[in-house]
Design a protein around this ligand. Structure first.
Ligand SMILES: Nc1ncnc2c1ncn2[C@@H]1O[C@H](COP(=O)(O)OP(=O)(O)OP(=O)(O)O)[C@@H](O)[C@H]1O
Length: 448
């Protein structure tokens, strides 16, 4: 009944009163915006799950995707939770409405509502939204299935397609199952943690956010198991790079560029990948060394080591360029792991300080490693023969964790028999030499 000017004025006055007396402001985050999915809705859902905020709700929804082992918890419709961000309170409510569709059916319409105090608006935007996205991405990454890639024989380097083939990666090795000196394991975990959390640090000091590990030790000392444990710890994909399948530095570059962030690139048995491992012997013995080097090789920073691929060559400098050269800008959050059984045969260029950040010595079984294996395989914490085992291991019995594991698996139903068998095995392997069997097992490469 009132003229439009008066209703407008009243509306404005009401809004002003509302603004003055109601100190809160709410934001609606619907699941769909038109026909496209609203990313923010998904992010909020994952963020609330990642922060374990759903725990305080009375009703939650449990989901598990087919073939997955992970269960996720989300807020049921009508449920509300509160969280605090830098002193600001945020009230989250999840709403689910049944919506009639034109075809007569009905579909749920979901949305999150975020209520905050007006005075906290500047605190929330955009910092809190960034945190939500980051938490969501990290949570999604942690809970997805991991992949193991290998570079395929059918790779088409001309089109850049099918360079990698992936399979699901489900390896049971973890830091709890790795038999190794506890302090050494702790150092590796601490290094990984520092690396993963070091985004700002690497940015500040102007280094690519990458890390290089060299795992060395005899066959059966657990190098592959360690890689799997690292991958499981970080929940990162693994790229198993077969160097002989790439013919040149250019192909290698293509392969490396196609690896994704948060991944581990592994080159196993790097001494075997090389046509000639030791550059000193190589220079005289290698037939190709007698051919004049190409301009690319001449310009290479590390001319020593080359890998014979399918009729072509990959230089060590080409490989290392990805870690610390110009190509290193391609992608972040990569861990490059080389393994070798013969560290003494590796090119000095690879071992030079600053190249591989961490040298990890996977050694013969120490007593601590032995105890881890026996505990894991037999659930046995101590045994009357343990002092004898300790004495044998300390006096030079060189047994690898793989050998110990094998005996433990074979005799898992006879605890005493298993330990006795191990003692006999070690007695056979005891060496008279007083050489130090467990040298410094882990060292950080000196800083550049
Ligand atoms: N340190 C270890 N801790 C726990 N288990 C180990 C360890 N080392 C070896 N094993 C056991 O022995 C098996 C073989 O070990 P693994 O393949 O990891 O050794 P490796 O050093 O990579 O050997 P290679 O040099 O021959 O590839 C593993 O599947 C695991 O069961």
């Amino acid at each position: 009944l009132l003229p439009a000017e008066i209703t407008d004025a009243l509306n404005r006055a009401l809004r002003l009163l509302n603004w003055y007396f109601v100190p809160y402001v709410a934001f609606e985050i619907p699941e769909f915006e038109g026909s496209s999915i609203n990313e923010l809705y998904k992010n909020v859902q994952l963020h609330l799950t990642a922060r374990d905020l759903c725990r305080s709700a009375r009703k939650t929804v449990l989901c598990r995707v087919k073939n997955s082992t992970n269960t996720t918890t989300t807020l049921a419709g009508g449920e509300a939770v509160v969280e605090t961000f830098e002193g600001a309170k945020i009230w989250w409510t999840h709403t689910v409405h049944g919506h009639k569709q034109s075809d007569g059916g009905s579909q749920d319409q979901r949305s999150y509502s975020m209520k905050i105090h007006k005075r906290d608006r500047d605190k929330i935007f955009p910092a809190y939204l960034d945190v939500i996205r980051e938490n969501a991405v990290n949570f999604q990454h942690k809970n997805r299935e991991m992949l193991l890639y290998s570079n395929s024989k059918s790779a088409s380097f001309s089109t850049g397609r099918h360079l990698w083939q992936a399979v699901h990666f489900k390896h049971p090795s973890t830091f709890d199952t790795i038999a190794m000196e506890p302090s050494q394991l702790q150092s590796i975990k601490a290094d990984l943690d520092a690396f993963v959390a070091g985004k700002e640090y690497f940015q500040r000091v102007g280094r690519p956010w990458k890390r290089g590990y060299l795992l060395y030790g005899p066959a059966g000392s657990g190098k592959s198991s360690m890689i799997a444990a690292i991958a499981n710890y970080l929940k990162w994909d693994v790229y198993d790079l077969e160097l002989t399948q790439a013919r040149s530095n250019a192909e290698l570059k293509q392969l490396l560029i196609q690896t994704t962030n948060k991944s581990i690139i592994v080159i196993e048995d790097i001494d075997c990948s090389a046509s000639l491992a030791n550059p000193r012997s190589r220079r005289t013995a290698s037939p190709w060394c007698e051919t004049p080097p190409s301009s690319e090789e001449e310009g290479a920073a590390e001319p020593g080591m080359r890998f014979e691929g399918n009729g072509g060559r990959i230089t060590l400098s080409g490989l290392l360029n990805f870690t610390d050269g110009l190509w290193s800008c391609c992608g972040n959050e990569r861990i490059l792991i080389f393994t070798t059984n013969h560290v003494e045969e590796l090119d000095d260029a690879l071992l030079r300080p600053g190249r591989m950040d961490l040298h990890i010595h996977m050694s013969y079984c120490s007593f601590a490693a032995f105890k881890t294996l026996v505990l894991n395989y037999l659930l046995l914490e101590s045994h009357i023969l343990f002092p004898k085992v300790e004495k044998l291991l300390c006096s030079g019995a060189r047994v690898t964790p793989a050998q110990v594991s094998e005996i433990l698996i074979q005799s898992r139903d006879d605890l005493d028999g298993a330990v006795q068998k191990l003692v006999s095995f070690m007695e056979h392997r005891t060496m008279s030499s007083s050489a130090k069997i467990f040298p410094e097992t882990l060292h950080h490469a000196p800083k550049k």
